[in-house]
Design a protein around this ligand. Structure first.
Ligand code: THU
Length: 126
């Protein structure tokens, strides 16, 4: 998997974020097991609960394109800081399929560190 491409695409997706309220742009990129990538950015709304996270939009994009085999996920914000996916998005990913617990989340780069989704969502309820 091309780590640099994952980072580059998350950074580019961040540019398209629609953040009139928080001004906190987030980009996400998911590397799929077939070698392709899907992107997402956050989209905010005046009805705040309707705001959509970058990683959630990347997941929606992925499913729209008929795939759900995630290898690695990166969420990134301004200044190149890597974010952990929020709690709701962890839950959304965990329910994708039976191997979702093994999804790798990128925690840092250029010194690459990853954590598994099951470690970010321990004692999962299902
Ligand atoms: N946000 C994400 O896109 N992903 C996260 O994991 C955390 C938060 C967005 C939601 C909102 O548009 C902005 O960041 C500030 O909370």
């Amino acid at each position: 998997m091309d780590q640099n491409k994952l980072i580059d695409l998350a950074w580019k997706a961040r540019e398209n974020a629609y953040v009139p309220y928080s001004h906190f742009k987030v980009g996400a990129c998911i590397a799929l097991k077939d070698g392709t990538f899907v992107q997402g950015c956050n989209i905010e709304n005046a009805a705040y609960g309707s705001t959509m996270c970058a990683e959630r939009n990347a997941i929606a994009n992925m499913i729209t394109h008929k795939d759900n085999k995630i290898e690695k996920v990166l969420v990134i914000t301004t200044n190149g800081r890597v974010l952990f996916p929020c709690g709701s998005c962890r839950e959304l990913m965990m329910q994708l399929d039976e191997s979702a617990a093994q999804i790798e989340i990128l925690m840092s780069y250029p010194k690459v560190k990853t954590i598994l989704l099951k470690e970010l969502l321990p004692n999962w309820w299902a």
